[in-house]
Write a protein that binds this ligand. Structure first.
Ligand code: VGL
Ligand code: ZN
Length: 201
């Protein structure tokens, strides 16, 4: 068991990001045994769940003439358009059946605002709207976070950068993450995380 100041944050291990899902990450389910084992080492375990209303503004289907993986400009900056995924209450939004849920202390749902996407476990893509996770972790005197999950280059990446910016010591456990890798986004994300002081383990 690690010290009480360390938390494990498990990002978006949901059906839609696993093989067969709407936004499947290659081998997304392969990380589950390692994550399940890691949970026993941490006294604080947080899961995140991408949780969009139908018709969310990050879906290509919400924009005429657009297809998945096109880019658009949102008021808060450039946004990738995704296939419809992780719709609230759908099977795709459920955690993968093999992921252990009973060790989780907190489940953070994100992406619920119809007009703002939310990759990070900490802040929506406007970089201003908090999910409350910083306050939760700081109240528990957590100073170090280990991040695992899906997808390395989107939700894990943005969570890692925000955690570092908020003053946490951040480790990305790369073997327990998988990426989408759209136009080199995986390499760019790893570099951006290193630049932000994230330890890639
Ligand atoms: C994610 C794209 C859209 C992720 C979530 O979990 O990385 N990516 N929504
Ligand atoms: Zn999403």
């Amino acid at each position: 068991m690690r010290a009480a100041n360390e938390a494990l944050i498990v990002i978006d291990v949901q059906n839609d990001f696993c093989p067969g899902g709407a936004l499947a990450v290659a081998d997304g389910d392969a990380i589950i045994p390692e994550i399940n084992a890691l949970m026993d080492d941490f006294s604080t375990v947080v899961l995140t769940q991408d949780w969009h209303p139908a018709g969310h503004s990050s879906f290509a289907t919400s924009h005429t003439g657009k297809t998945p993986f096109d880019m658009i400009d949102m008021p808060y900056g450039p946004q990738v358009l995704w296939p419809d995924h992780c719709i609230q209450g759908s099977t795709g939004a459920e955690f993968h059946k093999d992921l252990r849920l009973e060790p989780a202390h907190l489940i953070i749902r994100k992406g619920m605002n119809p007009t703002i996407d939310s990759y990070s476990a900490f802040f929506e893509n406007d970089k201003a709207t908090s999910t409350g996770l910083v306050g939760y972790l700081k109240d528990l005197a957590v100073s170090d976070v280990t991040l695992v999950g899906l997808a390395t280059d989107f939700c894990v990446h943005f969570s890692a950068i925000d955690a570092a910016t908020q003053g946490f010591n951040v480790t990305l456990r790369e073997t327990a993450c998988r990426g989408i890798d759209m136009d080199g986004s995986l390499g760019a994300a790893l570099q951006a995380m290193r630049n932000a002081g994230v330890t890639i383990a």
